[in-house]
Unconditional design. Structure first.
Length: 469
């Protein structure tokens, strides 16, 4: 879109108008946006059109309409993170990454739906209700960045921003047939996100771009990345895009399951398809399941579920009626476990460092890992367990494939590869070493191109196609 604007083949006003028309048709069905600022978007588009007419030197996202998850501060828009505790809260300044996107020429259309306080792999809350998947309205687009994923997949946004503490970018991308990057903590600043990234969550929670293809992810990543003093994990890591003749020297290790949580047969096929596509593209690809995955999963539970319950539960004291059913269930899962003491939290911290060192030593041999994004494709609203290979897979276990890499701090990209027999998108994860997002994104782009017509990331969901016609 930015290229078409630079070539003066389309104007920012036409582009914003087209997105607003798509939103008018589809958002009543999908419920992806919680707030739209059409007047401001149209005003920004007019300014962008005048600038494009006056100069050919334009910013990389000049005139491109985007969306922002409603857990980020966007000046003048509500930042409620799906909870009644923040009902009506309006941000008075932009989050750092929002400022960077605007400075790069992007036009913010509005903010998108989340589960309450982002604590679910589906999107529903008492403020705005449920978001539906554009591939099947009976199913969720995932969470917690489900509104973003649905908006982008349905053509209501060119790209956007999500956050991820246990798969909240990658699972919605996988469910919705788009791409999403979970970066290394600190590579993209979390400044201006709610809940605030602090304590245990600062080690596992990140913010990152979501888009319909990897090339768009790369553009968004370049704009959003870089240190900020408000993010305590930040480091001055320069952009380091690998050369074509260097990237294929990286060995790729792939695994179809983690040895504990089974995945659907179609998910296994998607991983094998991706592995073969990379092999055909010139990579050395070998079957390899790293040691330490189960310990990483257990430690993630201690960081995210137990600590999350301890932090969020007291916020609802005296306001229990404001709890959404999904968050209440999360808090019940959390309270079923003993709360942390200083000793148990210190022990988890030390064990995390030990398992990370062990894991990264293995990645010296395989700098790139390929694996499922989740055990299943998008599930029906309200489902909490699934039968796979004669085993019951519970709700919290189905997403362990993303949880590993939050605990370990690896960057990971979700890329769509195939479809299930029901026509649902199935993605895979490409995982790299900390601070090597450029390698991960480059391998993901090679995979996307190698898959060719097999990869349907370019095609809109049936709902978007039908409504557009």
């Amino acid at each position: 879109m930015a290229e078409q604007i630079r070539k003066k083949k389309i104007s920012p006003v036409e582009l914003v108008d087209a997105h607003l028309a798509q939103i008018a048709k589809l958002n009543p069905i999908l419920n992806a946006y919680v707030q739209l600022d059409a007047d401001l978007a149209c005003s920004a588009a007019l300014q962008a059109e005048r600038a494009a007419a006056a100069s050919s030197e334009l910013a990389p996202l000049h005139g491109v309409p985007i969306s922002i998850k409603s857990s980020f501060n966007v000046n003048g828009l509500r930042c409620e993170a799906g909870t009644c505790l923040r009902a009506g809260f309006v941000a008075r300044q932009d989050a750092v990454l929002v400022t960077r996107l605007k400075n790069a020429g992007a036009i913010v259309l509005g903010t998108t739906n989340t589960p309450e306080l982002l604590m679910a792999w589906e999107t529903d809350n008492l403020l705005y209700g449920r978001t539906n998947n554009p591939w099947d309205l009976r199913r969720t687009p995932g969470g917690s960045s489900g509104g973003e994923a649905a908006a982008i997949a349905a053509g209501m946004s060119a790209g956007g921003v999500g956050s991820d503490g246990g798969g909240s970018i990658r699972v919605p991308a996988h469910f919705s047939g788009i791409c999403g990057l979970k970066p290394t903590p600190g590579r993209i600043p979390t400044t201006g996100h709610f809940p605030v990234s602090a304590g245990p969550f600062a080690s596992i929670g990140v913010v990152g771009p979501m888009a319909r293809n990897v090339e768009d992810l790369k553009i968004l990543f370049e704009v959003m990345q870089g240190p900020d003093t408000g993010d305590t994990n930040a480091a001055p890591v320069p952009l380091r895009w690998p050369k074509d003749n260097d990237i294929k020297k990286l060995r790729v290790g792939y695994f179809e399951d983690d040895g504990r949580t089974p995945v659907t047969a179609e998910t296994r096929t998607a991983v094998r398809t991706a592995a073969e596509a990379l092999r055909s593209a010139g990579f050395q690809v070998e079957h390899f399941r790293p040691n330490g995955l189960e310990e990483a999963r257990q430690l993630w539970w201690k960081y995210f579920v137990i600590s999350g319950g301890m932090l969020l539960g007291p916020m609802f004291k005296g306001r229990e009626s404001d709890l959404s059913p999904i968050l209440k269930q999360f808090l019940d899962w959390s309270s079923a476990q003993p709360s942390h003491t200083g000793r148990t939290l210190l022990d988890a911290w030390i064990r995390r460092d030990a398992v990370r060192a062990q894991f990264f030593a293995q990645m010296e041999q395989y700098p790139i890992l390929l694996c499922p994004a989740a055990a299943i494709p998008a599930f029906r609203h309200g489902e909490r367990s699934w039968q796979i290979d004669g085993k019951t897979v519970e709700y919290l276990d189905a997403w362990s494939y993303t949880e590993f890499f939050n605990l370990l701090g690896n960057p990971a990209v979700a890329v769509p590869v195939s479809r299930s027999s029901e026509g649902l998108p199935i993605g895979v994860q490409i995982v790299g070493r900390p601070w090597e997002e450029e390698q991960v994104l480059t391998v993901a782009e090679v995979l996307e191109k190698a898959l060719g017509k097999e990869c349907r990331a370019w095609n809109p969901p049936p709902l978007a196609t039908a409504m557009s016609s």
